[in-house]
Design a binder for this molecule. Structure first.
Ligand SMILES: C[S@@+](CC[C@H](N)C(=O)[O-])C[C@H]1O[C@@H](n2cnc3c(N)ncnc32)[C@H](O)[C@@H]1O
Length: 214
């Protein structure tokens, strides 16, 4: 998605102006990701992750698809003493980068690095987690929802990025790909999930925030 995401650019600019200050090193990561075309969540979604984690009083966060740790930075802003975050990603390069960027600002957040297929490496983890954030390949979204459901605590949050999928979820927008089928499958599952209270927030490429009710 472009910087404007699903919103008109003037609105995007206004929302961006509402963001809190972040350190230059974090802005540099954003610039670097843009240059490398690496799809980080970006600051608007990052702030939503932080706010969600704060809202549920998170102490344990599980990320599925962590990249070099940009989304983890935003979660870390919400995490206090004795908290933890599980990083998962398939890429050795991302793991090396995430380890090297391990944020000195948040020494109190214990980070566990699990490299491999996120759904596989997270499956044996003992829950419950206060937040499960899903940002893996989109064809895996329905399976990721099942895992997140199993790992999240009652009252905790399950969050998915890219749920508006650059408008390919609109009638007539389906490109027939497995990724689009995955996002459509997730939206259908969220619609019919009586155990989840879900809102879709149309920032950037769309984020679903679900609270696990039981
Ligand atoms: C869209 S990027 C987002 C990274 C991170 N959440 C952020 O915003 O900073 C998704 C990441 O998930 C990883 N990924 C996608 N599917 C995966 C899977 N099934 N298992 C492990 N990693 C996966 C990719 O390597 C990539 O680094």
């Amino acid at each position: 998605m472009g910087a404007g995401g699903v919103l008109d650019d003037p609105l995007h600019d206004l929302l961006a102006a509402q963001l809190p200050e972040r350190p230059p090193r974090v802005r540099e990561l954003e610039d670097e990701a843009a240059r490398a075309r690496f799809p980080i969540v970006g600051p608007l979604v990052g702030r939503l992750l932080e706010t969600t984690a704060r809202a549920v009083g998170a102490a344990r966060v599980l990320e599925l698809g962590s990249g070099f740790g940009y989304s983890a930075y935003w979660f870390s802003r919400a995490l206090g003493e004795g908290s933890s975050l599980v990083w998962t990603d398939a890429s050795a390069e991302n793991e090396a980068r995430a380890r090297s960027l391990r944020d000195a600002e948040f020494p109190h957040v214990a980070v566990t690095f699990l490299r491999g297929d996120a759904l596989e490496v997270a499956a044996p983890l003992e829950g419950p987690f206060d937040v499960v954030f899903c940002d893996v390949d989109k064809h895996e979204y329905p399976a990721a929802l099942e895992l997140a459901r199993a790992k999240a605590r009652v009252g905790g949050a399950i969050v998915f990025d890219n749920v508006l999928w650059a408008r390919r979820v609109l009638p007539g927008g389906d490109d027939g790909s497995a990724a689009t089928a995955g996002v459509l499958g997730l939206l259908a599952a969220l619609r019919s999930a009586s155990d989840l209270a879900t809102s879709i927030v149309p920032v950037r490429d769309g984020v679903s925030v679900s609270i696990k009710l039981r």
